[in-house]
Design a protein around this ligand. Structure first.
Ligand SMILES: *[C@@H]1O[C@H](CO)[C@@H](O)[C@H](O)[C@H]1NC(C)=O
Ligand SMILES: *[C@@H]1O[C@H](CO)[C@@H](O)[C@H](O)[C@H]1NC(C)=O
Ligand SMILES: *[C@@H]1O[C@H](CO)[C@@H](O)[C@H](O)[C@H]1NC(C)=O
Ligand SMILES: *[C@@H]1O[C@H](CO)[C@@H](O)[C@H](O)[C@H]1NC(C)=O
Ligand SMILES: *[C@@H]1O[C@H](CO)[C@@H](O)[C@H](O)[C@H]1NC(C)=O
Ligand SMILES: *[C@@H]1O[C@H](CO)[C@@H](O)[C@H](O)[C@H]1NC(C)=O
Ligand SMILES: *[C@@H]1O[C@H](CO)[C@@H](O)[C@H](O)[C@H]1NC(C)=O
Ligand SMILES: *[C@@H]1O[C@H](CO)[C@@H](O)[C@H](O)[C@H]1NC(C)=O
Length: 671
């Protein structure tokens, strides 16, 4: 009852006044107190959103009841706060109009330039009875717009009867200041009409500034000819191809006096769209920075990882004592220009050999990369390397040190500028035939090196792979025996159940395939084959002649046959064309056969070999029971060889057989 009576009193009061006045400090809960259509909506915080990012839409928001303009009572005063958010700076569309209209039905009105107020046929019609104040952010020549940022007074038409660029008079500074309507900043506008003066004044100012003393527009209008008795007041807005956010924060209307000032503290806050966009772009920038930083650090990590991986090596605590023999992988990598193919010296039985220059010392070295997958035995091997590092003989290739990586072992040797002997012996390079004196010097050098290994060092060292390709030549064409001990490494890296002989086919003493026990005698056997190689200029197993179908020639058999026929010199290297010392050649070939004696006990020792070569001992007669059938490995031991991969048999006969066996150490006997 009380409520009804209060309402009644209010209604009576309103009717009595017959004039409408209202104030919206925000539009909270005003849905039923405001007529909205189109895309207009009241946001939860009370902000009236006329348009959003929908293109080609209109929107209207009207005070739901008509305001009454009685004759001689048509003065009014209104003010509202608005904000126009462009989608992007200067990418704005159309604007907001404050409308006094006889109707709230604008279904036929067009969006875009018509601001949701008129259509092509209704524009300019006096029957519209529409008075509007446009806040226009597009210059439309059709309606003679003065610019793209203006305020205009429109009567029944979008062609403004008065217009001015958005600006305000600063009472403080006494200057006019322009305002950018679509800046996204809230602004206040005052529209005042005095029926006596018949002046419609429009005043603009930034939000929170007091009303300027001077108005922006002042237009003489006899509104009594336009205004009907019942009129609706409100807003119309439209979007074109480029949408815009149009907001009204607060609004007050008074027909009996000045419109009440709006209370800034009660007004809804604007969505932080611009800020959002800013913070969004900031966020994006931050994100981009973070992502790029992440990417950079990932790249850096990857580079570091690759770099680390590239130079990664194995170094275990026990290796400390061998530090003097250790090379870092990076050092060797740099020395060999990253193991470039151009630095490749050769591919041996155990791996590739690269030429290099150690950066810190500028020492020329040869780096041998030996693939070595097993950890087993590596400790002993490294121990032996360090022992071998202590081997010093003018006819040995000096081992300088090593480096270990996963699956691979790198051995660093003195660089031998003249390469390996087999190249000079067998590669048919014109005019590069080794002369006899050098051959003889090489033969003596290798013998001296083997004697050193067998008898003169603190331990017995078996070479186990004596052959021309393991004899290198230094700058003075001195023979340097290389690759000793490598076979040992392969002993350890194999499955102990399989037993094969280490060495090279053609150089393997017959008893070795039976006993699998390398001895000094098996080295002597290999040396014997080496002597024939040097003397005859042929490989242990080769062709009779250049003809591809030629029968295989077993060098030892052939030399033996020549000897039996009483013409051992027939076996001498034909490329020398007899240019040698016959006695020495005969000595070498016979000594070769002697060393190749099938029974180990029948072979000379290295000391005897050296003495024979020096002439301090005479070559014993070759034993009469010397049976060619048993010479070489293809004799009675053929069976053993069948257990080797067939590829070894079909190969040229000089490839190293990097297969395994014998559990004996290189440094087998202590002394
Ligand atoms: C917005 O405009 C489109 C196209 O003109 C129309 O289909 C849609 O109904 C409009 N939306 C509103 C809410 O008026
Ligand atoms: C804009 O507002 C209308 C009405 O609230 C809605 O239907 C439309 O999906 C909105 N468009 C966008 C782009 O937010
Ligand atoms: C917007 O355009 C007007 C003229 O069209 C120009 O004077 C003003 O500098 C532009 N503003 C921006 C932020 O680009
Ligand atoms: C224009 O709008 C008026 C009402 O405002 C309507 O009667 C008329 O049919 C419309 N014309 C067109 C072409 O849409
Ligand atoms: C400010 O603008 C008004 C109307 O646009 C004009 O009459 C007035 O002279 C201007 N004042 C100054 C100080 O520029
Ligand atoms: C409109 O502005 C003029 C001066 O430009 C002033 O004399 C007049 O009183 C104003 N009228 C209203 C209703 O504010
Ligand atoms: C204003 O218009 C009304 C209606 O047409 C007319 O009666 C009145 O005389 C006009 N007032 C002035 C001052 O022209
Ligand atoms: C309207 O004006 C009258 C007279 O100045 C004032 O008393 C009243 O508060 C105003 N109402 C509004 C809502 O502005």
């Amino acid at each position: 009852m009380i409520h009804i009576s209060v309402l009644l009193i209010l209604v009576v009061h309103a009717i009595a006044q017959d004039e409408t006045q209202f104030t919206y400090n925000g539009f909270q809960g005003a849905t039923n107190k405001l007529h909205v259509d189109g895309i207009a909506t009241i946001l939860p915080n009370g902000l009236l959103q006329l348009t959003n990012y929908s293109s080609y839409n209109t929107s209207h928001a009207f005070y739901p009841r008509p305001v009454i303009f009685k004759p001689n009572h048509i003065s009014f005063s209104t003010t509202f706060i608005f904000a126009i958010y462009p989608i992007a700076p200067n990418q704005s569309s159309h604007g907001i109009v404050f409308v006094i209209s006889p109707t709230t039905h604008f279904q036929q009105a067009l969006p875009s330039a018509y601001l949701g107020l008129f259509n092509t046929s209704s524009n300019r019609l006096p029957s519209n009875h529409i008075i509007a104040v446009e806040l226009d952010t597009i210059q439309n020549p059709e309606f003679k717009d003065i610019d793209s940022n203006h305020v205009g007074i429109d009567v029944n038409s979008l062609t403004s009867s008065a217009a001015a660029t958005a600006a305000y008079y600063s009472d403080k500074l006494r200057v006019n200041k322009t305002l950018q309507l679509n800046s996204g900043k809230p602004m206040q506008i005052w529209i005042d009409y005095d029926e006596v003066e018949m002046l419609l004044n429009v005043t603009l100012a930034p939000f929170s500034s007091p009303k300027p003393s001077k108005c922006l527009l002042s237009k003489q209008l006899n509104l009594s000819t336009i205004l009907l008795r019942n009129m609706y007041v409100g807003f119309s807005s439209a979007t074109g191809p480029i949408p815009n956010y149009h907001y009204i924060l607060g609004w007050s209307w008074n027909q009996s006096g000045k419109a009440q000032d709006l209370d800034p503290s009660k007004l809804p806050s604007l969505p932080q769209i611009k800020h959002h966009k800013k913070s969004l772009s900031q966020l994006i920038i931050v994100l981009l920075i973070v992502i790029s930083l992440l990417l950079l650090s990932m790249i850096a990590a990857a580079i570091w990882f690759v770099w680390k991986k590239k130079y990664e090596e194995l170094l275990e605590p026990w290796e400390k004592e061998y530090a003097p023999y250790r090379y870092s992988f990076k050092e060797l990598y740099l020395a060999t220009k990253g193991f470039k193919n151009s630095e490749l010296l050769g591919v041996g039985g155990f791996g590739k050999v690269y030429k290099g220059i150690i950066p810190s010392t500028s020492r020329q070295v040869a780096v041998k990369r030996v693939s070595q997958d097993s950890k087993q035995g590596i400790k002993e091997f490294v121990a032996e390397i360090s022992s071998m590092g202590r081997l010093r003989h003018r006819n040995l290739v000096q081992l300088l040190g090593y480096c270990r990586r996963k699956g691979e072992l790198l051995l660093v040797y003195d660089y031998m500028p003249n390469g390996s002997l087999d190249k000079l012996l067998f590669d048919k390079v014109e005019g590069s035939i080794l002369c006899w004196s050098i051959r003889f010097k090489i033969i003596k050098g290798v013998a001296s090196a083997l004697l050193y290994l067998h008898e003169e060092w603190e331990q017995v060292v078996l070479h186990r792979d004596v052959k021309a390709s393991n004899v290198l030549l230094d700058a003075e064409m001195n023979a340097r025996l290389g690759d000793f001990g490598l076979a040992k490494l392969y002993d350890h890296s194999i499955d102990p159940r399989t037993t094969h002989v280490v060495g090279t086919i053609g150089y393997i003493a017959p008893e070795l395939s039976r006993t699998r026990k390398p001895t000094t005698s098996t080295d002597v056997f290999s040396y014997g084959m080496f002597l024939l190689e040097v003397g005859c200029g042929r490989r242990p197993i080769g062709k009779q002649n250049e003809d591809n179908d030629a029968e295989a020639l077993f060098l030892s058999d052939w030399v033996y046959d020549c000897w039996k026929m009483g013409d051992i010199l027939k076996a001498s290297d034909p490329r020398m064309e007899g240019d040698y010392v016959e006695d020495e050649m005969e000595l070498i070939l016979k000594l070769g056969l002697l060393c190749l004696y099938p029974i180990a006990e029948g072979r000379p020792t290295m000391r005897q070999v050296v003495q024979i070569l020096n002439g301090s001992a005479t070559l014993p007669e070759l034993p009469s029971e010397y049976n060619p059938e048993t010479i070489g490995f293809l004799g009675e031991d053929l069976g053993t060889l069948h257990s080797l991969p067939s590829s070894f048999l079909s190969s040229s006969g000089t490839s190293s057989v990097a297969v395994m066996s014998s559990t004996n150490s290189v440094l087998r006997y202590g002394r």
